[in-house]
Design a protein around this ligand. Structure first.
Ligand SMILES: C[S@@+](CC[C@H](N)C(=O)[O-])C[C@H]1O[C@@H](n2cnc3c(N)ncnc32)[C@H](O)[C@@H]1O
Length: 225
C-alpha cells in the first residue's frame, strides 16, 4: 500500500470527504454534472477528442473525472486511445474508490470495466481506448520532471483556501510548461490568485458561469491573445 493514503469520512452516503483537507472530493449536489460542466465543457470536450488526445489532471481522488471522460469518449465514438495522466499525493484505497464511484449509476459499466485495475498506488492501465497513468507524489515535485505535454488540463485540487499548495503560481507555471501550444486548462474555482497564477504562466484566462451554486469557474487557453 501507499505511504500516504487518503484519510476519509463519508457524507450523504457515498460522498467521500477528506479529513486531511476538510473538503469533499466532488460536489455534494451532483459530482458528475459538475465534472461535465467544468472539466469537459470547460476544455471544449468532446469536440476536440482525437486519437491520442492527452488530458492531465491535478488531483485524481476517486477517479470520477477519468470515468466521466472515458464515458464521453466512448459516447462520442472517438477514434483510438484517450491518454489520461493524473497526479495524486494521497491515493484512495480501491474499495473507497469503488464506493465513491457507485454513486453514479450512469457510469456503472465503465466503473466495472476499470474496477479490477485499481491498486491505490502509482499505476498504468492500457485498454483498447484508454492509456491511463497515475503518478503518485506531491505534484509540486512530480510535475516538473514529467516528460509529456497535455492537450487539456483538469485542475481539481481541493478548494484553494484549504489546499493552496495545489494552486500556487509555481505549479501553474509548470502546468503551462506541460501544455501543448493550443492546449487548455479548466477549473471549478474562480479564486483571484489562481486566475492570476494562470495568467502569469502565459495562459489567456476567462471566467465562465460555474456549476450549481458556484457563480464562476475559470477557463485558460494557451496560444490565444
Ligand atoms: C477534489 S479532489 C480530486 C477529485 C478527483 N478529480 C475525482 O475525480 O474524484 C483533490 C485531490 O487532490 C489531491 N491532492 C491534494 N494536494 C496534492 C498535492 N500537493 N499533490 C498531488 N495531489 C494532491 C488530494 O489527495 C485529492 O485526491
Amino acid at each position: 500500500m501507499q505511504d500516504h493514503p487518503a484519510d476519509l469520512s463519508w457524507r450523504d452516503g457515498d460522498v467521500p470527504v477528506s479529513a486531511r483537507f476538510d473538503d469533499p472530493y466532488f460536489s455534494l449536489e451532483n459530482g458528475l454534472a459538475e465534472t461535465r460542466h467544468v472539466f469537459l465543457a470547460g476544455n471544449s470536450l468532446p469536440a476536440r477528442f482525437r486519437d491520442g488526445f492527452h488530458i492531465a489532471e491535478l488531483g485524481f481522488g476517486t477517479g470520477l473525472n477519468l470515468l466521466a471522460t472515458l464515458a464521453a469518449w466512448r459516447a462520442a465514438r472517438a477514434p483510438g486511445r484517450l491518454r489520461f495522466t493524473s497526479f495524486e499525493a494521497f491515493p484512495m484505497p480501491p474499495a473507497d474508490m469503488r464506493r465513491a464511484q457507485s454513486r453514479f449509476a450512469e457510469l456503472a459499466p465503465i466503473a466495472a470495466d476499470l474496477a479490477p485495475y485499481w491498486q491505490g498506488q502509482a499505476q498504468e492501465i492500457i485498454l483498447p481506448d484508454l492509456h491511463f497513468t497515475l503518478i503518485v507524489g506531491d505534484a509540486r515535485d512530480t510535475l516538473k520532471p514529467w516528460p509529456d505535454m497535455a492537450d487539456a488540463w483538469f485542475l481539481d485540487g481541493f478548494s484553494p483556501a484549504k489546499n493552496p499548495e495545489l494552486w500556487q503560481p509555481e505549479l501553474m507555471a509548470e502546468v503551462a510548461r506541460h501544455t501543448k501550444p493550443d492546449g487548455t486548462a479548466a477549473t471549478y474555482t474562480a479564486a483571484g490568485f489562481v486566475r492570476r497564477g494562470l495568467e502569469a504562466a502565459g495562459f489567456s484566462v476567462t471566467r465562465q458561469a460555474g456549476y450549481g451554486r458556484k457563480r464562476h469557474m475559470t477557463v485558460a487557453a494557451k496560444g490565444k491573445a
